[in-house]
Write a protein that binds this ligand. Sequence first.
Ligand SMILES: C[S@@+](CC[C@H](N)C(=O)[O-])C[C@H]1O[C@@H](n2cnc3c(N)ncnc32)[C@H](O)[C@@H]1O
Length: 215
Amino acid sequence: MPTREVHATEGIAWLEAQRFGPEVAVVTSMPDSSEIPSLGFAGWRQWFIDTSALICRQLSDEGVAIFYQTDVKLDGRWVDKSFLVSLGAEQAGSSCLWHKVICRAPAGIITFGRPAYAHLLCFSRTKRLEKGQSFADVLPRLGEMTWARAMGLEACEAIAQFLVKHTATKTVVDPFCGVGTMLAVANQHGLDAVGVELSAKRAEKARNLVLRPTV
Ligand SMILES: C[S@@+](CC[C@H](N)C(=O)[O-])C[C@H]1O[C@@H](n2cnc3c(N)ncnc32)[C@H](O)[C@@H]1O
């Protein structure tokens, strides 16, 4: 049986104490500026870049980091989180293996405050992918969300399938795990899961989240 361990603690301090082996992949959705208002926008922007760099640095050379992020608009300015994550990954010496978009609304629908897509980006220092390891760049749906800030289940499924088929991953780490959506999907795919979450209430949910079996 795959295992699940969730630490109710601060993610950055926890990450700084880790050095992951080749069996670990990090899959996460880092908090938005609205979740850390004490930093202000400029402080959050730097925190976001530094945290993506830290995640990439703590991985082994062949390890992969996968980020699921949705852009926001603040004071009429678009905040492209894929750009910020990429800046951090570059600082850590990691390259982008793929960048996908997941539709949050069907193509052709007009949105304003938030985009009709979320980003999914995968980075590694030395791993490279063959042609046959490719999968769709535009994923049609997020899938069901366990809460407002959750990763969509169909996106988590696509990530878990990629990790199982094309990487040496045995354990998925999510340092900002929320209620544990990615941890639960990883377990469904036979992968061990380790989560970190500042909110004790969400951490408890993450320990116990059970998803309907996939067909
Ligand atoms: C975008 S949500 C992640 C949602 C998660 N993927 C899910 O499906 O439930 C970001 C999470 O990071 C947590 N968080 C914010 N700052 C944190 C920190 N410094 N350390 C650990 N967790 C933190 C928030 O409480 C929130 O649950």
